[in-house]
Design a protein around this ligand. Structure first.
Ligand SMILES: [Zn+2]
Length: 117
């Protein structure tokens, strides 16, 4: 019986170990949102997708950190997300701060506009 423990994992051959890439493709974002890429493209085209879109020729990318921030805020609408992005505290931590979270909750309770597909 051979129970060899492989503890060589720490020695990485990758000189730049990245837990996460800086940019996401639309396919990756759609996947994370559990929506179709087509739906995502519609959101972008109609201006409902709140993250900044980076274009490299025909390739479209979104900053992972910005997307993560948006998701961590429970995917608020564009106007709301703009406020969060303009908040120094949220921007610094890339996480929604208490103040913005409270404001977002008020907005969520008071807002009545449905998101049509
Ligand atoms: Zn904030």
């Amino acid at each position: 019986m051979k129970t060899e423990i492989d503890d060589t994992e720490e020695i990485s051959t990758d000189p730049f170990p990245r837990p996460e890439r800086a940019l996401l493709t639309l396919a990756e974002i759609a996947n994370r949102l559990a929506i179709s890429e087509k739906h995502l493209r519609n959101m972008i085209e109609s201006g409902r997708f709140p993250c900044d879109i980076l274009r490299f020729g025909r390739s479209v990318r979104v900053l992972t950190r910005e997307f993560s921030l948006w998701v961590s805020c429970s995917c608020p609408e564009k106007s709301e997300f703009s406020a969060i992005k303009s908040c120094a505290e949220c921007r610094a931590s890339f996480e929604i701060c208490k103040k913005c979270r409270a404001a977002a909750m008020v907005a969520a309770c008071g807002g009545g506009d449905e998101q049509a597909d």
